[in-house]
Design a protein around this ligand. Structure first.
Ligand code: SAH
Length: 309
């Protein structure tokens, strides 16, 4: 096993490039940068903002002290032009440092019955249903409150006596991302699911995640949104359960585009991704299109709503 020495500095945007250049001279695998995000307006999915953390990984071989000395010297010269913070060091023991970030992922229990499990881990709780997710580029790793709220409401839907009795349980998932919501619904007892997303990467990632869970043809995944489903482009056009976890202004637009019509009369619509304070706009748009609210859940700054058609 190779042991790596992680060196990191947190600097402002102007200095990040120069620091990355210096670190790259000593790190055979290149450097990584990480920056926080700010939400500038309602539909902003996150704009990079604030200080940047630059990280590099040095091989812990017999020359590590010398490498570290040279690195600090190079940083000292850069620091004489613009003040720099001292570098931080941490040992990372892993065959592959690129996998080191995976250490941070832990299984996440959701509701009473579900457990989101990164694909590379085994299910630690035999009493829960595992939802295996490979956190790729698509949104929906299960770590976000909006996903968790949505999953809790989905689980609650399956627990209702009238739903348990139903023969046909299907779900339409608008903005499926990683596919996590549909996969959970199928694991909870749905016979079929349709997931659509405007982002082609998500369609790909959802297919992979379906396979990780042993799910096949019962989960149809395609590129599109409410309009395409309404137009009959996919095998499912209406379902007793419709879910969508996108931002409030997008949900309002989807309601205007006919989201309600995807729901069977008497069926349920679960909407999540709503920032606290923006729920009124979604509730009003939903009520104007024949939906009646029957549940509201909140986690931190996020709200999820459930409606009946
Ligand atoms: N369903 C997942 C992902 C939610 S993120 C979860 O609950 O975790 C929202 C997803 O909606 C993104 O993948 C994004 O590409 C998609 N999206 C955004 N606008 C959309 C629209 N108008 N129609 C369909 N999908 C949309």
């Amino acid at each position: 096993m190779t042991v790596w020495l992680e060196v990191s500095l947190t600097v402002d945007g102007e200095l990040a490039e120069a620091v990355a250049d210096v670190l790259a001279r000593f790190a055979p695998n290149g450097v990584t940068t990480e920056q926080g995000v700010k939400f500038l307006h309602d539909e902003d999915e996150g704009t990079p903002s604030g200080p940047i953390t630059v990280r590099a990984y040095l091989e812990m071989d017999e020359r590590i002290e010398e490498t570290r000395h040279k690195l600090e010297e190079a940083l000292f010269y850069l620091g004489s032009i613009r003040p720099l913070p001292a570098p931080r060091y941490r040992q990372v023991a892993d065959q592959n440092w690129m996998e080191a970030w995976k250490e941070r992922y832990r299984p996440i229990p959701i509701g009473h019955r579900l457990m989101i499990v990164p694909v590379w881990l085994d299910l630690p709780d035999p009493l829960r249903i595992p939802i295996k997710i490979d956190p790729g580029m698509a949104f929906g790793t299960g770590t976000h409150p909006t996903t968790q709220l949505c999953l809790e409401l989905i689980e609650g839907w399956f627990d209702q006596p009238e739903v348990i009795k139903r023969k046909s349980k299907t779900v339409i998932d608008i903005g499926c991302g990683s596919g996590i919501l549909s996969i959970a619904a199928l694991e909870l007892g749905a016979q079929a699911a349709l997931g659509v997303d405007i982002d082609i990467e998500s369609v790909r990632n959802a297919r992979e995640n379906a396979a990780h869970n042993g799910i096949g043809a019962e989960f149809v995944i395609g590129q599109g949104s409410v309009e395409e489903v309404l137009a009959g482009k996919f095998p499912l056009r209406q379902a007793p359960l419709v879910v969508s976890n996108i931002l409030a202004p997008v949900l309002v637009r989807l309601l205007e585009a006919g989201l309600t019509d995807l729901t069977e009369p008497g069926g349920t619509v679960i909407l999540s991704g709503i920032l606290l304070g923006q729920e009124r706009s979604v509730i009003e748009a939903a009520q104007a299109r024949g939906l009646e609210m029957n549940a509201q859940k909140q986690m931190g700054d996020w709200v999820a709503l459930s409606f009946v058609r």
